[in-house]
Design a binder for this molecule. Sequence first.
Ligand SMILES: NC(=O)c1ccc[n+]([C@@H]2O[C@H](COP(=O)([O-])OP(=O)(O)OC[C@H]3O[C@@H](n4cnc5c(N)ncnc54)[C@H](OP(=O)(O)O)[C@@H]3O)[C@@H](O)[C@H]2O)c1
Length: 291
Amino acid sequence: MKVGFVGLGIMGWPMAENLVQAGYDLTVHNRTQKKAEEFAKKTGAQLAHSPKEVAESSDVVITMLPGPPEVEEVFLGEGGLIEGADTGTLLIDMSTSSPMLARKIAEVVREQGASALDAPVSGGDVGAREGTLSIMVGGEEEDFERARPLFEAMGKTITHVGPSGAGQVVKAANQIVVALSIEAVSEALVLGSRGGVAPEKILDVLSGGLAGNRVMEVKREKFLSRSFEPGGKARYHRKDLRIALESGREYGVALPATALVEQFFGALEARGDGDLDHSALLRLIESLTGS
Ligand SMILES: NC(=O)c1ccc[n+]([C@@H]2O[C@H](COP(=O)([O-])OP(=O)(O)OC[C@H]3O[C@@H](n4cnc5c(N)ncnc54)[C@H](OP(=O)(O)O)[C@@H]3O)[C@@H](O)[C@H]2O)c1
């Protein structure tokens, strides 16, 4: 199986590396060509100069891009994947994008005799490096089965959740829970610190009870060291909450707390902290208290 990969960022690079290690013959493309050249040099992958060229030389193409505008451009824009896809090509978007766009892409791709899956992930940069991502997949069952060996090279929990768009719906739900958890832990830490209790003590105690959650575990070092190297960028998490809110409008669902935390992430971005890890929301909550 010849595999194409577009988008070699924090997540895409290690995911593509895991595919090479699993023995797949890879063709790669990235907006900043230099990154793709470095990847090809390191792994022996082939280079392509456009998404179209990637699709022309692949049976399956995977994309890992920032969000909906880039996904739309790479799939449907000039020189896009759709121009190079053949009958039987399978196009898989693993970016966090919109369910509505995923359904639109699936329709356009199907009209061409090719097929598409939306397969966003959770598990962060660590999961991408270790090949332990959770992958939630929307699309046809037979396309899912065809892609399964690729997913198994990149992830551990692989679930077909429904038709086209369903993967992105589950990812939006995931991002609501993660964002609101980061917000809650941040408030707890600021309250604790102001009350004279060390942050590590708060995390230790809360982790052992009903309040315990994975955010406390995975982001612990960032909260304590106050070094917010990404990881998952705050501005991408804001993008994810916007997708959730847009989906809420589409399905007639009220998401009031999501709307509030989207505004908090917006304020964090306005402070110039958008490229920090999403756990840097702590800084904003602190600033509300004058710390
Ligand atoms: N990081 C996480 O912890 C995490 C976890 C789960 C899901 N996600 C999701 O995964 C996706 C990728 O995240 P990331 O952290 O890997 O982002 P990232 O580091 O910004 O990587 C995005 C990559 O896409 C490339 N790109 C952008 N537009 C392109 C285009 N038109 N054609 C070709 N390549 C293009 C970028 O190229 P340049 O080199 O030119 O910038 C960059 O290499 C996002 O949707 C994010 O929400 C991230």
